[in-house]
Design a binder for this molecule. Structure first.
Ligand SMILES: *Cc1c(COP(=O)(O)O)cnc(C)c1O
Length: 366
């Protein structure tokens, strides 16, 4: 029997880079550059280069990045924003925090990403934007969603919180919409030692507006041109991200390798995987499968010392927080099926080949 294998374990990675991160922390400490400042700027520059965009803005977390994207696009009360029903709830928070209304659309039954063919039925005169989510680290169908945005004069925003380094038709995601939003929560593929988030854009006026909004609506210190926020990224977080960004490609590639093994070696017909469209080169933030008899499957995994997780057990439209939108079971059947049957397999770069062997073997014996 193997030692316990969790869905995610951050210890191996942080042991590996500890000296380097501590050296970076020491520099922040010497400069007392704890809030914003040069270490955040350095990360922003490196991140822009990595994504292949003109500008990046570091903020306090990914939820805030989404909120700021809405504010910069002048989206507020009375406006509607289309988002997938199958996403982490924070996609919807970004819309709600701006005072606008999230309008949910079901996911595709096979790719489990936003179903572009169902978007147009959800568009109303109040619709201002679509937030496409590259969920689990796999790109949604950007071209199809973008074509709808163009046809209806809507903004496209990418929620790339789970997809730092994923590629759509060979191009790194985060450059397709007006802005892309990232979370650098510790558990994401690129995670800070702390809470952090960010945005990328090619639009200079968006950049300037984001920089002002995150810093009390101020460009010149103590002069406030609009009602702003304190949404800055911390210096320690920025410094840790600069160190970790250097390893991201290597870590993502290891995840791709593990995913490939799961995809080819798991031959149990009871286990269904996310289909991978030809445009997609994902980074496997999560490796979600569905199993009809989920409880028995999870019990079997647990008996074999494998801890499963669920992403996500309740779709957005059925969350209590959105009960005022009056959704009911049956509104988005694909998202509901996923919520009821999803299980996330262990997925992180430091999984050993022996651990992957064990997971595959246990799943095939179910
Ligand atoms: C993590 C996540 C967010 C929110 O990021 P935080 O940094 O946790 O605020 C938003 N959207 C998606 C899809 C996420 O996975």
């Amino acid at each position: 029997m193997m030692e316990k294998i969790n869905c995610l374990d951050l210890k191996g990675q942080h042991q590996q880079i500890k000296q380097e991160v501590f050296a970076a922390f020491e520099k922040v400490y010497e400069k007392t550059a704890f809030s914003g400042g040069p270490f955040v700027e350095e990360f922003e520059n490196e991140f822009s280069r990595y994504i292949g965009c003109n500008y990046s803005v570091g903020v306090s977390n990914g939820t805030i990045a989404l909120h700021l994207a809405m504010l910069v696009l002048n989206i507020g009360p009375g406006d509607e924003v289309i988002i997938p029903a199958n996403t982490f709830i924070a996609t919807a928070w970004g819309v709600s925090h701006a005072g606008a209304t999230p309008v949910f659309v079901d996911c595709d039954a096979d790719t489990w990403e936003l179903d572009a063919s169902k978007i147009e039925a959800a568009i109303t005169p109040k619709t201002k934007a679509i937030i496409g989510v590259h969920l689990y680290g796999q790109p949604f169908d950007v071209d199809a969603v973008k074509a709808i945005c163009d046809r209806h004069n809507l903004f496209l925003v990418e929620d790339a919180a789970q997809a730092q380094g994923a590629r759509y038709n060979g191009k790194t995601v985060g450059v397709f919409g007006e802005m892309a939003c990232y979370s650098f929560y510790p558990g994401k593929n690129l995670g800070a030692c702390g809470e952090a988030g960010g945005l990328t854009t090619n639009n200079e006026s968006h950049l300037k507006h984001l920089q002002s909004l995150r810093n009390h609506g101020s460009v010149v210190r103590y002069y406030h041109d609009e009602i702003g926020y304190n949404y800055r990224m911390g210096g320690l977080e920025g410094a840790s991200l600069t160190v970790k960004l250097k390893y991201l490609e290597e870590w993502n590639n290891r995840r791709r390798e593990i995913a490939k093994r799961y995809q080819t070696e798991i031959i149990n017909q009871k286990v269904k995987m996310q289909s991978k469209p030809q445009w997609s080169d994902g980074i496997y933030h999560l490796f979600v499968v569905t199993v009809e008899n989920k409880d028995a499957f999870v019990k079997h995994l647990e008996e074999n010392n494998i801890n499963a997780a669920y992403h996500y057990p309740v779709p957005c439209h059925l969350q209590k927080a959105y009960s005022h939108l009056n959704h009911k079971i049956g509104d988005f059947p694909n998202s509901e099926y996923l919520a009821a049957h999803c299980v996330s397999l262990p997925m992180y770069a430091e999984l050993t080949d022996e651990q992957v062997n064990w997971v595959v073997q246990c799943i095939n014996s179910f």
